[in-house]
Design a protein around this ligand. Structure first.
Ligand SMILES: *Cc1c(COP(=O)(O)O)cnc(C)c1O
Length: 388
């Protein structure tokens, strides 16, 4: 079956009720007929469900779909994107190991890497999003155990060369762990370029409707086994209810992402020359500094457009205040278009210099382009930009 079909037709076994839509297994534990069956399940001699912190059919259905879409061997679903990121680090890294990452990554991931990993004796290093193969190679030390990156990055929309970094990781036998949140598996499959693990915040495009938190880690079987054992003991399990919602969401991911991307490309093209805008980034515009990499590894440019307002931080705040339809909210990847201004919100606690190193400029606006009519989205942005 092709991926679009798998996202729809992978389903837990139909129950005796002969339901058409997938059932929801909202239960914390599972029953056994007798003591021997229960003993065998606990001894890992069977793969019967025991307890929903370990496994649950609704959760399994969601992860099976994601495994198919990413072309992975196995996976584990978590309560949020951050627990997927954290679980993938803690299960596989130990004292003395080093994690190498790109310096433009999601804010909470940066906090985990720079504040919490060192508490457990795990070292880290950062490299620029536009580093060359030689610079990457020079940044790899003998104790570098994992390379972690996001592409495209949040919020700066840097695009990293998965093929180049995948080859380096293989050569040095380093685990390559990629956050594929922004592209989603219908647009980019990092495993095809050599990634060993892919993490997701399912909260964003995978749900796509701003309803539930969720996360997932998929990839090589032996690595997922370690992550599963860590998570089943430490407890970041995905709720079966959220898994049920997310599994239904995956059925429409392909069509949703196609429209998000075509709306985003339209918005990007229309705004690129606007007099209030100093620069604009969209991975599938030829003006994007990493355009050649983007068209090599992505099927479309995704649903996020970023631009820099000429008027800096004050213009950013004014722009948000003038919007009539676009939502001001911390999420992204929704049917509803969303605007955010990182310098005055998510990254306000950083110093100007710290923001510069992660490419958060004072007038940076991030638009998560929704599924509303593209002219309506554009017109709201244009009226907010007028005379800014
Ligand atoms: C939101 C986000 C996360 C964290 O996911 P949560 O579900 O909010 O925990 C991780 N990576 C990226 C790129 C994100 O945008």
């Amino acid at each position: 079956m092709k991926k679009q079909t798998q996202a729809i037709r992978i389903q837990t076994n139909r129950t005796n009720e002969m339901e058409h839509s997938t059932p929801l297994f909202l239960t914390s534990s599972f029953c056994f007929d007798n003591a021997e069956d229960m003993r065998a399940a606990f001894a890992d001699e069977t793969d019967d469900n025991i307890y929903s912190r370990f496994s649950n059919p609704s959760v399994q259905e969601f992860i099976d779909k994601l495994v198919a879409l990413e072309g992975a061997e196995a996976g584990y679903a978590t309560a949020s994107g951050m627990s997927a990121v954290f679980g993938s680090f803690m299960a596989l890294l130990k004292k003395g190991d080093r994690l190498l990452s790109c310096n433009s990554i999601f804010g909470s991931t940066h906090t985990v890497i720079s504040k919490y990993l060192p508490k457990y004796g795990i070292e880290y290093g950062y490299i620029s999003a536009s580093a060359t193969a030689a610079e990457w190679e020079a940044a790899i030390t003998p104790n570098t155990k994992m390379i972690y990156l996001e592409t495209p990055t949040n919020p700066g929309l840097d695009v990293l060369d998965l093929n180049m970094i995948g080859q380096l990781a293989k050569k040095h036998q380093i685990i390559l762990n990629v956050d594929n949140c922004f592209a989603t598996p219908v647009n980019q499959q990092p495993i095809a370029f050599g990634a060993d693990l892919v993490v997701h915040s399912a909260t964003k495009w995978l749900d796509g409707q701003g309803r539930v938190l969720g996360g997932a880690i998929v990839g090589k079987k032996d690595l997922i086994k370690e992550i599963y054992l860590f998570c089943r003991s430490t407890g970041p399990a995905l709720s079966p209810f959220n898994a049920w919602v997310l599994s239904k969401s995956l059925e429409t991911l392909d069509v949703r992402m196609e429209r998000h991307a075509s709306n985003a490309l339209f918005i990007a093209e229309q705004l690129e020359q606007h007099p209030a805008i100093a620069s604009l980034r969209y991975p599938f515009l030829p003006s994007h500094p990493h355009y050649q990499i983007a068209i090599k590894q992505m099927d479309n440019g995704g649903g996020i457009v970023c631009f820099e307002l000429k008027g800096g931080i004050e213009a950013g705040r004014q722009f948000l205040d003038r919007l009539k339809m676009l939502s001001l909210t911390a999420n992204l990847g929704d049917t509803r278009s969303i605007a955010s201004h990182p310098a005055s919100t998510t990254h306000a606690k950083l110093t100007e210099a710290e923001r510069q190193t992660v490419n958060i400029t004072p007038g940076l606006i991030r638009i998560s382009v929704g599924l509303e009519n593209k002219e309506d989205i554009l017109n709201d942005i244009l009226q907010a930009l007028n005379n800014l």
